[in-house]
Design a binder for this molecule. Structure first.
Ligand code: WTA
Length: 645
C-alpha cells in the first residue's frame, strides 16, 4: 500500500519539493490531514526566527498515542508492533501486537496516574532497551506528561543535572540493564543521582536483571506490583489526554558547544507529522515491512525511528537490547535472518567496527529479506559505504544516508530509498519543505553555479514541522544557540558541500561539538569535567579522526600533582584518575582516547586557546600548524608537538 503522501518517483520528489517550498503551510496541512485529530487546527503555521516562535497546526487537538496505537487496532490489531530481541540470544524474544501494546500502554498510563503523574509533568526515563521503555514513553504521551529519556551510559551526576533542569518529579527505571557482557546497575545510578534531589516524588522500577536494589519506602515502587493493582481492577483502557498540537511531547538533552547539555523540546503535532512523513518516504516503508533501527531509544534516532515513526505508520519495529558484537560480530546478521528484517538502519561506527571482523560473521546468514539500508549519526566514509552495499545489501538495497539532529526531530537531508539517487558519502537532497543554504563565516549566502562544488556552513531558512520549539526552561539559550549566529536562519553547527546537482555532503561539525561513535559530546562539557579533577590546572579537548569511532577524543591537560608531584612515572595512573572523574561527571561514553600532559596551552595574547593548532597536532598534521607568532608563548607549540601521543 502507498500512503497518500508517499513519493514514488524522482519526478514526483521534484514536484513535491517545489510545492512544499511554494506554500509550506498548504503542503504540510495536506500531509497532516492523514492523521487522527480530535479537532482540526485553526492555524497551520505561525513563525518567526527572531524570538524564535514556531507553531504548527495550532489549535489542533490530538494525542500522538491514538495515532501510534488506537487507529491501527481495527485493521492491524494482531500485527506485531514491537519485536524485541534480548541481549542474550538464548533468551526468548518477545512479540507484542498492536492490541497488546495498546493494552500495556493503557495499563501503564493508569500506573502513572495512580502515582500522581499529570499532564505537563516531567518524567525522566532511564532504562535499558526493553519493551517497557517504549511502553513508558507511550504511556507518558498518553497521559500528557513530558518524557525525558536519558541514555543508560550517562552518570548519576549527568542525571542529577537533567532532573534539576527539567524539574522532574517522576522517574521510570529498571533494576539493571544488560549490554553485551555487562550488567549495568541502573537503579543504583538513579539512587546516586537522587542524593540531594528535591523534586522527585516517585521512582517506578521495572525488573530486568534481578540485580540487588535498594527500594526506599514511599518513594520507590515496582513496575510489576503497580501493574498488578491495575489488572486486578480490570483496567485495560485509558482515555488519552487531549493535547494541543503545540503542547510539549518530550525533552531530550543534547550537547552543544557551550556549558551543560540543553533540553531540546519537541511538541506533539508537528513532531508526529514530520516523523511519520520521513519514516515513510526516506525508507519507502511498505505495509508489513519489518523495520530494524539499531539505535538506543536514549538518543533521538530511537525516539523517532524505533518508537514514533514506525508506530505512527502501523509498522513493525524491531527493538534490540544488545550490542553488535555480542556474543559475536554476527549478531545483526542473525537478527536480520531470524526475523526476516526488511529495513536495517544503523550507524557508520557500527559498520566500521563490524568490517574489522571480516566476512566470517556474515557467512551462512540469509540477508535476502533486506530491501533498504540506512545510516545515521555521522558522515559515512566511502569504504564503509561500499562494504555495507556489497556485503550486506548485495548491491540490491538502496542505502539512505540520513542527515539530521536532535533539534531537527527527524531526517532533513537524505536520498529516498530507490527513488532519488544515492551517492556514497553524500546525504544528497533535502526533504520536501526544507530550504537548506550554505553561508560563509559572515553569514553571506553562497550560491552554487555551473559545475563547481561549494563549501560552507549549513543553515536552514524556514521552519518544518519537526523543528525544536525551545530549550527547556531557557528560551534565550535556544535563540542564541541556533538562531543568532546567522540572523533569520537556523544554524545547524555542521559544515557541508553542495554540488552541481544540488546534492549535499556533510563534512562534520564546525563548532566545538565532537561526534564520537555517533554520540554528540561538547568539548566545553568535557573540559569542565576534566577540570574538576583535583590535580588538573587547565585542559583543552579536541577531536581527531578515528578509524572506527569517526572521531576520537584528544585531551591536553596541565596537571599539578596534589603534593607538588608531576606526572613523571605516574602518568598512566593519573590518566586513569582523570578518566574516572569524567566517568563520574558525564559518563563512560565521554572517556578520552588520548590524554597528553603539557606544561602550557597555545593561547592568544587575550587568553583564548588556539584550538585550531591543537586540532592539527592531534590529527598528526604537525607541519601545517601554521603561524604561531601571535601566541603568548610560541615555544609551547613545539613542546606539545614533541609530546604528541
Ligand atoms: C551528525 C543524530 C553526517 C551531524 C540524528 C549532526 C551526520 C549531528 C549525519 C547530530 C549524516 C548526523 N552524515 N553527519 N548522515 N547524521 N550527523 O543530535 O554532525 O545525536 O549535527 O542526532 O550528527 O547528532 P544528534
Amino acid at each position: 500500500m502507498h500512503y497518500p503522501y508517499q513519493i514514488t518517483s524522482y519526478e514526483q520528489y521534484q514536484a513535491e519539493y517545489k510545492r512544499s517550498i511554494d506554500d509550506p503551510a498548504e503542503f504540510w496541512s495536506s500531509v497532516a490531514e492523514n492523521f487522527q485529530w480530535r479537532k482540526k487546527w485553526h492555524t497551520t503555521l505561525n513563525w518567526n526566527f527572531t524570538d524564535p516562535k514556531i507553531e504548527w497546526f495550532k489549535g489542533g487537538k490530538l494525542n500522538i498515542t491514538e495515532n501510534c496505537l488506537d487507529r491501527h487496532l481495527e485493521k492491524s490489531g494482531d500485527m506485531p508492533a514491537l519485536i524485541w530481541e534480548p541481549n542474550d540470544p538464548e533468551e526468548h524474544h518477545r512479540i507484542i501486537t498492536y492490541r497488546k501494546l495498546h493494552e500495556k500502554v493503557c495499563q501503564f498510563s493508569h500506573v502513572l496516574k495512580n502515582n500522581g503523574v499529570k499532564k505537563g509533568d516531567r518524567v525522566c526515563i532511564y532504562m535499558g532497551m526493553i519493551p517497557e521503555l517504549a511502553i513508558a514513553i507511550l504511556a507518558c504521551a498518553r497521559v500528557g506528561a513530558i518524557h525525558s529519556v536519558i541514555f543508560g551510559g550517562f552518570s548519576a551526576q549527568s542525571i542529577a543535572d537533567r532532573l534539576y533542569d527539567a524539574q522532574a518529579e517522576f522517574i521510570v527505571t529498571c533494576d539493571g540493564a544488560y549490554r553485551g557482557a555487562k550488567d549495568i546497575p541502573l537503579k543504583s545510578v538513579i539512587d546516586d543521582s537522587l542524593i540531594g534531589n528535591r523534586t522527585v516524588k516517585k521512582v517506578i522500577v521495572a525488573t530486568r536483571t534481578r540485580t540487588a536494589v535498594s527500594m526506599i519506602k514511599g518513594r520507590d515502587v515496582w513496575w510489576e506490583d503497580e501493574i498488578k493493582k491495575v489488572e486486578t481492577l480490570g483496567l485495560h483502557d485509558f482515555p488519552a489526554e487531549e493535547m494541543d498540537a503545540e503542547d510539549p511531547l518530550f525533552i531530550l538533552y543534547t550537547s552543544g558547544s557551550t556549558g551543560k547539555p540543553k533540553g531540546v523540546v519537541h511538541t506533539c503535532g508537528g513532531y508526529m507529522v514530520y516523523t511519520n512523513y520521513t519514516f515513510i518516504n526516506v525508507f519507502q516503508y511498505q505495509t508489513g515491512d519489518i523495520h530494524f533501527c539499531t539505535a538506543d531509544i536514549g538518543w533521538i534516532t530511537g525516539h523517532s525511528y524505533i518508537v514514533y515513526g514506525p508506530l505512527s505508520a502501523g509498522a513493525t519495529s524491531l527493538m534490540f537490547e544488545g550490542v553488535p558484537t555480542f556474543p559475536d560480530a554476527g549478531r545483526f546478521w542473525d537478527i536480520v535472518d531470524k526475523f526476516k528484517v526488511n529495513i536495517l538502519y544503523t550507524a557508520p561506527t557500527a559498520i566500521r567496527s563490524l568490517m574489522g571482523f571480516g566476512l566470517g560473521p556474515l557467512q551462512g546468514k540469509n540477508l535476502s529479506s533486506l530491501k533498504v539500508l540506512g545510516t545515521v549519526g555521522e558522515p559515512i566514509n566511502e569504504e564503509a559505504w561500499h562494504w555495507y552495499d556489497e556485503h550486506v545489501g548485495k548491491h540490491r538495497c538502496p542505502i539512505v544516508d540520513t542527515w539530521w539532529q536532535t533539534e531537527t526531530g527527524d531526517c532533513l537531508i537524505s536520498n529516498l530509498a530507490g527513488i532519488t539517487p544515492a551517492v556514497p558519502s553524500w546525504a544528497t537532497l533535502p526533504m520536501p519543505g526544507l530550504q537548506m543554504v550554505l553561508v560563509d563565516e559572515n553569514g553571506k549566502e553562497l550560491v552554487q553555479e555551473g559545475e563547481e562544488t561549494i563549501s560552507g556552513n549549513l543553515c536552514i531558512k524556514g521552519p518544518w514541522p519537526g523543528i525544536l520549539r525551545t530549550t527547556y526552561g531557557d528560551h534565550e539559550r535556544c535563540r542564541t544557540n541556533y538562531f543568532a549566529t546567522y540572523p533569520g536562519m537556523y544554524f545547524t553547527g555542521d559544515g557541508a558541500l553542495k554540488d552541481k546537482n544540488g546534492f549535499y555532503r556533510i563534512t562534520g561539525r564546525v563548532d566545538d561539538v565532537l561526534n564520537v561513535s555517533g554520540h554528540r559530546i561538547g568539548t566545553a562539557e568535557l573540559e569542565n569535567a576534566i577540570n574538576m579533577h583535583a590535580g588538573v590546572v587547565e585542559s583543552a579537548v579536541v577531536g581527531y579522526p578515528h578509524d572506527v569511532k569517526g572521531q576520537g577524543i584528544y585531551a591536553y591537560v596541565i596537571y599539578q600533582g596534589s603534593h607538588g608531584q608531576d606526572t613523571h612515572g605516574t602518568a598512566d595512573l593519573v590518566r586513569k584518575d582523570i578518566i574516572q572523574t569524567i566517568t563520574r561527571i558525564i559518563g563512560a561514553i565521554a572517556k578520552p582516547d588520548k590524554i597528553q600532559f603539557v606544561s602550557g596551552l597555545p593561547k592568544t595574547r587575550s587568553g583564548k586557546i588556539m584550538r585550531r593548532i591543537l586540532r592539527k597536532i592531534a590529527e598528526g598534521d604537525l607541519d601545517s600548524v601554521g603561524d604561531t607568532s601571535a601566541l603568548l608563548d610560541p615555544a609551547v607549540v613545539d613542546e606539545i608537538k614533541n609530546g604528541k601521543l
